[in-house]
Design a protein around this ligand. Structure first.
Ligand SMILES: NCc1[nH]cc(CCC(=O)O)c1CC(=O)O
Length: 334
């Protein structure tokens, strides 16, 4: 933007001139959403009968391993560049020690390999946090009600190495422990995974908008307490910027703001201050709000594209959204 926008007084300036026809509006559109901007989060289950629609996320299914392969093929055919895997793990195999988190045969790692088989060019992103494998639903180890930082970071490193070994392209640490990015980056270098990217959930807030996601991965009933001792207070902006600065300094390649729509100010600020590849996560609760209202007939489906444009306007390079395949299909039909 020029420092002083030049604007002649009315009637020389009539801003409506450029809004008059679709062609003029297209010519003057400042931002676009394209398929290349999308990352598609999917839920993969290993529980027999665990597949099917997630009640609080109508239109989103938990997938079997075969379903995940089909989703990957669909993403590839649509031109969606990346898919992000969230495991719905067997509740009987969740433990306090979270050992399954770094098991090469856990459902997340099996899904990475299965997807790479059918869609080798699709970027596969993962989630790094202990919650899918933790008996108490937290992202870190719990001792006497306290979430342990340093012990958790060691486990996250093991988890990350297993994911890199399985073929992940982008690792997504979503745990909010301190020092994890540096520890992950060092371990990846040492293990020869020099080109595995880290998309840090750098500005991740302690949000109630994650509710439907916790239903989807089967963590809702388990979570003891809340995540406020590690995720950011929604009141804070400076702290989020310090988190992003810290994660970039420790070796993150890309950064994320999460949730999305209630935190657009943070997206803009992060992009302006750091100029790094910046992503927003349009989380499960945002999906549920829009989809619920659309299905009730209270909002039109156009709100989806409008919401995605808001991220582009706020400076995001891409968006993790459950709407990715739908939006890609709509864009392909234009
Ligand atoms: N590590 C957990 C994780 N990874 C992504 C999400 C939320 C995604 C969504 O709501 O769509 C969460 C939930 C949480 O922190 O409790």
């Amino acid at each position: 933007m020029p420092a002083t926008p030049i604007i002649a007084p009315f009637p020389a300036t009539r801003l409506r001139r450029l809004r008059r026809t679709p062609a003029l509006r297209a010519l003057t559109a400042e931002r676009h959403v394209s398929t290349e901007n999308l990352i598609w989060p999917i839920f993969v289950t290993e529980v027999a009968g665990g597949e099917g629609e997630i009640p609080s996320m109508p239109g989103v299914d938990r997938l079997t391993l075969d379903g995940a392969k089909r989703a990957a093929e669909r993403a590839m055919n649509l031109g969606i560049p990346a898919i992000c895997i969230f495991p719905h793990s067997d509740p009987d195999l969740k433990t306090e020690g979270c050992e399954r988190a770094w098991d090469p045969e856990n459902i997340g790692n099996r899904a990475i390999r299965a997807i790479k088989e059918v869609a080798p060019d699709l970027a596969v992103m993962t989630d790094i946090a202990l919650d899918p494998y933790n008996i108490n639903g937290h992202d870190g180890f719990v001792r006497d009600g306290i979430i342990l930082n340093d012990e958790t970071v060691e486990a996250l490193v093991r988890m990350a190495l297993a994911q890199a070994e399985a073929g992940a392209d982008i690792l997504g640490p979503s745990d909010m422990m301190d020092g994890r990015i540096g520890a992950l980056r060092r371990a990846l270098e040492q293990a020869g995974h020099k080109d595995v990217a880290i998309l840090s959930y750098a500005a991740k807030y302690a949000s109630s908008f994650y509710g439907p996601f916790r239903d989807a991965v089967g963590a809702s009933g388990r979570l003891v307490g809340d995540k406020k001792t590690y995720q950011i207070n929604p009141a804070n902006r400076d702290e989020a910027l310090r988190c992003v600065a810290r994660d970039l300094a420790e070796g993150a390649d890309m950064v994320m703001v999460k949730p999305g729509m209630p935190y657009l100010d943070i997206c803009r600020e992060v992009k302006d201050q750091f100029g790094a590849p910046t992503y927003a996560y349009q989380v499960s609760g945002e999906y549920a709000m829009m989809e619920g209202a659309i299905r009730a007939g209270w909002l039109k489906r156009e709100v989806v594209m409008e919401s995605l444009l808001s991220f582009r306007r706020a400076g995001c390079d891409g968006i993790l959204t459950y709407y990715a395949p739908q939006v890609a299909e709509a864009l392909a039909q234009r």
